[in-house]
Design a protein around this ligand. Structure first.
Ligand SMILES: [Zn+2]
Length: 365
């Protein structure tokens, strides 16, 4: 089959159009050709790189992000003198979607990441969630625009940095403290790219349990007492977190690695989660977000212990709507039951859900 270079920086056929995707040709990095492409391309492991591969697969199944890169739209947003990672990622997703290789090695992405952070170049296992945040932050920095506008939440003028990453993944939290003596209320806002949730001590829980724990009101007393500007001294205060802005795509990360007096350990509780309709409306203050429901499309699993482990990803193909397990170069079809109970059905007995990515259901009111 003749191979022509893909249209790197020109609009390509619609990403969601299956026929035109199948018709397109591959570019470089050919290893083996057989039923690859269309988002079914595995990623070769070049020495402890499963933490990178599982994240790349999750991002490759994030439709609006891939559309932005595969159509070349990102080129218009590149900041002068930057763009190594956006370019490497764009070339990779083109190979993964428009190519026909069974698997490829994401060498260029790995090289660029290694140049930016030594930990990603020395061949050691790294934390997949840290890599994901690092990756998104670099993309944001290389593609951001500064816009001056009115902050709809605080009604103040602000210089906001926007990018495709901020538009898709960024939410806003408010930390509200109320003085229990004078009821003076103070709040601080911060943006987030992911929610890192604590886990209850139970061996079985749900993602909703973890969310409740994260958003639960707490009383700060004795040595934790914050200063109340109205009382002019430290006071007992209640503290709660609210979501001011819900992101279109929410990344939920579980704090499975815990440090205590005995060192670091991994929490292996089974955490159940719904595939559809994860409802976060009770945690948000935005009136328009009354139906804040998310659909799961990507899961990162970690098997093994703290020191020696392996990462895999479950992702829902946005074109076929079918779930696949991505285990480095191996890509297999999986059923929905396997996604929801990886600890019992997975061939790795100690596999644990580490992060999920869920797309917000867009309801037109
Ligand atoms: Zn007070």
């Amino acid at each position: 089959r003749p191979r022509r270079p893909p249209p790197r920086h020109h609009p390509s056929p619609s990403f969601t159009n299956n026929a035109s995707l199948a018709d397109s040709s591959a570019s470089n990095s050919s290893i083996q050709r057989h039923e690859g492409g269309s988002g079914h391309t595995g990623l070769g492991n070049s020495g402890n790189t499963c933490y990178l591969n599982c994240i790349l697969q999750c991002l490759s199944n994030t439709t609006p992000l891939v559309e932005y890169f595969i159509t070349g739209s990102y080129v218009d947003d590149l900041i002068r003198g930057k763009g190594e990672l956006p370019n490497a990622f764009a070339a990779l997703v083109m190979d993964m979607w428009l190519g026909d290789c069974l698997y490829i090695y994401p060498d260029e992405v790995k090289r660029v990441l290694g140049k930016m952070h030594a930990a990603f170049s020395d061949g050691t296992q790294q934390d997949a969630h840290e890599l994901l945040l690092f990756f998104l932050n670099i993309l944001h920095n290389d593609l951001k625009k500064v816009s001056t506008g009115l902050d709809q939440y605080s009604s103040t003028l602000r210089n906001a940095e926007t990018s495709v990453i901020a538009k898709l993944f960024q939410g806003q939290l408010s930390n509200v403290k109320v003085c229990l003596s004078c009821f003076h209320k103070s709040s601080q806002t911060e943006t987030f790219l992911s929610l890192s949730l604590p886990m209850p001590p139970d061996s079985r829980c749900s993602i909703q349990d973890c969310l409740r724990l994260f958003f639960k009101e707490e009383i700060l007393s004795s040595s934790d007492q914050p200063y109340c500007s109205f009382c002019g001294r430290k006071r007992d205060q209640s503290e709660s977190i609210q979501m001011l802005k819900a992101p279109d795509i929410i990344i939920i990360h579980l704090k499975r690695f815990e440090s205590d007096d005995h060192g670091n350990r991994k929490l292996t509780s089974t955490v159940s989660f719904p595939l559809e309709d994860l409802d976060l409306s009770q945690y948000t203050t935005t009136p328009s977000a009354q139906h804040l429901k998310y659909h799961l499309y990507a899961v990162v699993n970690h098997t093994g212990s703290l020191d020696s482990g392996h990462y895999t990803a479950y992702c829902k193909n946005p074109v076929t709507q079918r779930w696949h397990e991505f285990n480095d170069m191996k890509v297999t079809d999986i059923c929905e039951q396997k996604i929801q109970s990886p600890a019992t059905i997975n061939s790795f007995p100690y596999s644990c859900l580490q992060s999920i990515l869920a797309l917000r259901q867009l309801i037109h009111v």
